[in-house]
Design a binder for this molecule. Sequence first.
Ligand SMILES: Nc1ncnc2c1ncn2[C@@H]1O[C@H](COP(=O)(O)OP(=O)(O)OP(=O)(O)O)[C@@H](O)[C@H]1O
Ligand SMILES: [Mg+2]
Length: 220
Amino acid sequence: MIRCDEVTKKFRKNGSEVTSLDRFSAEVVEGEFVAVHGPSGSGKTTLLLTLGGMQRPSAGTVQFGGRNLYALSPADRARLRSSEIGFVFQMFHLVPYLDLLGNVLLAAPGKKLGQAQRQRAAALLDELGLAKRATHRPGELSAGERQRLAVARALLNRPKLILADEPTGNLDPENAAEVIRHLAEFHRAGGTVVLVTHGSAADTQADRILRLEQGRLLAN
Ligand SMILES: Nc1ncnc2c1ncn2[C@@H]1O[C@H](COP(=O)(O)OP(=O)(O)OP(=O)(O)O)[C@@H](O)[C@H]1O
Ligand SMILES: [Mg+2]
């Protein structure tokens, strides 16, 4: 489903250079649940952004479903991203002035929202135990509720792949298990998951663990 060949990402800042990914090569096959481990700064977020078509590598290629992601036009890449990939970001990226339904619907492609999309958004909020709070704003939610909201948004377009960046980072064990349970359900239904995590909550769900250190993939 996704394949990275010799992916390198470098950042230049104030004359100094940081190598965030260093000749990273790996493949994730359809239906796999892959966990990514690594210390802070090892390149985990960079990897997810690169896999998701949101950050062009300095070198190397990323293939998604056989297509070279960064050879596509920005419009084609954006279309592919919104139809096939769901993101759960490390920092939620919720919009404070929209209510919960509005935040889920942010993921909807195009400008016109259909009734079907609204119904799906409402059904997802229900599934994630947030139905009663659909008209609240993210600021009124607990950390666990916010993270469940981010998962609902990632599921809206029925993606094939979910990229989740420490979705349980700020959660107590109970809420963390709940978020993992939803990702595991998506996986059981045939979805592919790449999950960045510090903790071990997800390890029992994962088919495979990739370990990063200083932008490099460590041999297992
Ligand atoms: N936009 C950027 N500009 C400059 N440097 C960056 C940028 N994004 C990431 N980096 C650097 O690349 C390295 C890897 O960052 P990344 O965010 O991928 O790490 P991470 O493994 O996700 O860390 P954490 O566990 O703390 O989230 C870090 O040294 C970081 O400072
Ligand atoms: Mg990160």
